[in-house]
Design a protein around this ligand. Sequence first.
Ligand SMILES: [Zn+2]
Ligand SMILES: [Zn+2]
Length: 692
Amino acid sequence: MLDGLRTTAGILRFAQDDKYPIRFALSKAPACSAGVPPAVPRASCPRVGAGRSHDSGRDARTTTPGRRLPLPFLRVSVPILLIIFLLAGLAGPMRAAQEPASPALALEYHLILSHPNLHLVSVEISAGKVSGEFIDFVMPAWAPGRYAIYDFAKNVQEFEAEGASGQPLPWSSLDKQTWRVDLRQAAGSAKVRYRVFANDLSGSFSQFDSTHANLNGPSIFMYIAGHKPDPLTLSVDAPKDWQFISGFSDDTSVRTFRAPNYDRLVDTPIEAGAETKLAQFQERGKTFRVAVHSYGEEDVDLSKLGEGLQKIVHAEMALMPAPDFDHYTFIFHFAPGISMGDGMEHLNSTQIVIRDTLSSGLAEALETAAHEFFHVWNVKRLRPAALGPFDYTREVYTSSLWLAEGVTSYVSYCSLLRAGLWTRDQFLARLSEEVRELEGEPGRTLMSAESSSFHAWFYDRAPQMQETDFANSTISYYNKGALLGMLLDLEIQSRTQGAKSLPDVLSMLYQMFYQAPQATYYGPGRGYEEQDILKAVNEVAGSDFTPFFDNYVRGTAPLPYNNDLGVAGLALRVTVPAGSPPSIGITTLPDNLGARIFAVRPGGAADRAGLGRDDLLVAVDNQSLATEELDTRLRAYLPGASVPFTVQRQGRREIINVTLDPPVPSSYTIQELPGSTPPQVAIRNRWLGGKN
Ligand SMILES: [Zn+2]
Ligand SMILES: [Zn+2]
């Protein structure tokens, strides 16, 4: 996904959703800064009793009895034991891949899109061949790609169940997202019906209105506990003139689809409507479709978007093994009036919502697409072990989102450069911007890239009802991950004299884990663990990157920008722009009376003076801040000056003297070093494109 809270001309706005996580609720977003580099650009149910889901691929079904050896068994000779262990290890994954825990049900999902004005999607799920006393229907708590608990069950209403002859079946709520249907009178089949309220255009939620149905599966479809591996069909009733666009089929008239399992059902978003325009191109024998639903403009022209996408697809497919799909669909929405953009990766499609028109949001759309399309490999197929198959009932954890998201961003920047959609200067400017963001984060000394990944559930668009200190205590795994990607890429090129680079590591991981024997019902290959990344880097580079990972991935040591940029004859230049005001080390939100402190940088001038969050700065030296920007006012003083601030705190006003700090360096640029050696020039040109 891509998460964006970006600054444009000083106005904060949300943009794409898969690049920068939003670590502040919108109302808490810092609107301006004083002495802090300008605002940073970022913008499955615990089973009762069991404490785990049924189909996660790591549950009881994949554990053979042989793994729990009774003590007397240990008297068997070591070679025999070894064989038994090996067989047990093999048997688990194979059984999970080929044999569901219980006989597969005959599953038919049916959607009825008939009441757009109420935004209610009607869902029917028929389960044939049911047996036993009960069956559990479960609504996911989250949607893969967005690491936030949304509890989609909150929008479910009017649940009912019936048996083979239409007789009502009793049901009860097992927990907030599980409906347990009594099967004792079912006579072999159960059908449930419910309606889901859907009125959000995003990569995680769904929207059904008079213009379209944009459906993201986890927010619509329940699964049956223990039966996520079962194949199923989906059929849809919708207005006759609607066309259906999804990764299920490249025929827009098809309204019945097959999915090999629940995970694939919900990994295939559907855009259905009469307004969506479609174009397509071929690349390496595969069909790529571009679907555009535009709310901002009439007569949208898809040609520039299509041309740009083809260049991106061409550049990224050149980096990695050919993916296993016949067709891939970019589903775009251009919606200037929406509060937040989004971008979400799927196996053979992506949902991208741009908060702009196509004509003015083209560059953003292409940048988002470059990120989402590289997810075809990095995270959708080459995936951390927790990310496929999924436990939809609760949070799943990985420390590798810095690779899955941040490195995806880095590779997408390289691809935009290779595709000719960015110039060298744009590429280096974006990387400089990433450096500026990280270096502006007090949390960079507190939180590692792995820790930021692991704790994504706290800030990847999670609802924030409680005040947090994220502004000072966290970093973004997108941001630091992108920089780690850059440093690893340059370091690998340096250590291999240009023979290898970061995409070689990703290709190796892809072959090792995705193109490996199928380990679960979910699909090809298996997931990787954190330590596998370092192993692959070491193998590709032919040298030991353990200190790099200890310091910069698992640790919080300052990143060695100039060390690694130097191998390409480049250097990071950090300067104080002319006219910068002295620093007091705060970020603020605008207020009618002045500026309200949103975050205080630890150790800065405001901190030393005792200023705190929520303090309202109303005047400096008796000059009101209601009519003058704080930064403008601060420019009247020299660093070291002691300045009286009028502060309103808890309804009372007081004067607090603040001793101003020197301006903070906020200009970051990556520049070519004069007098670069031929090896440096060679790496630079290989990295940035160009002739030696
Ligand atoms: Zn992403
Ligand atoms: Zn649409």
